[in-house]
Design a protein around this ligand. Sequence first.
Ligand SMILES: Nc1ncnc2c1ncn2[C@@H]1O[C@H](COP(=O)(O)OP(=O)(O)OP(=O)(O)O)[C@@H](O)[C@H]1O
Length: 235
Amino acid sequence: MKLASLHNIVFGYTHVPALNGVSFELNSGEFVGITGPNGASKSTMLKVMLGLLKPWEGEVKISKKNSNGKRLTIGYVPQQIASFNVGFPSTVIELVRSGRYPKGKWFKRLDENDDVQVKNALEMVGMWDYRHHKIGALSGGQKQKICIARTLASEPDLLVLDEPTTGMDFESRKGFYEFMSHQVKKHNRTVVMVTHDQDEVEDYLDKIIHLEKGEQGGWKCLTLNSCNGRFGLAD
Ligand SMILES: Nc1ncnc2c1ncn2[C@@H]1O[C@H](COP(=O)(O)OP(=O)(O)OP(=O)(O)O)[C@@H](O)[C@H]1O
């Protein structure tokens, strides 16, 4: 099922376009990598897709429903989390547990399954041992990790992560890709991830969206299906 489509997107921060005719589709149950050199507008493309930036031209469509006919839920973790205020929730585990509350229901009683999801998410980003630490005492990279954990714990249908493995060592990155791949295959989620580690991750991916410098400035999009070492140009 198609969850999102971008068609001929043109966008720029100045009069020069940063994206120039970008088109791609996302389907449910896909693990998608977004690649391209520094400054290729990978983050910009995600923000346009999520409606945070309005394109000059082109069309963005996001499905309102997931493949079960329920309201589509989206989780997004940007590349740099702005330093967030440390009021409530004040500890790592409280923040990640808040990802389990359905929208607006802050006093839902969490059950054993919620606890398992929270633990899995914190272990996935290597922050379980920090669960009782105050958020204000963490480094920027650790805050980034717990934001990823909170989003993972909320189990969105569409998970959008901008360079989530920054600061992880090789083994942690591998574990992270395996976890994501499992989420996609077993739970029919869609994961979209900006990455600079194409060689490491491509065996896990179903699709790569690669940004290439266009001839008239801006970046165009090349969609590669059938990863696992056998790239085929989709369109
Ligand atoms: N808020 C902004 N205002 C003006 N220019 C911006 C803004 N955000 C990004 N840019 C510029 O747009 C271009 C694309 O930036 P973007 O962060 O989307 O690239 P990226 O591919 O995600 O880069 P990286 O791999 O380094 O994170 C860059 O030239 C960047 O300087």
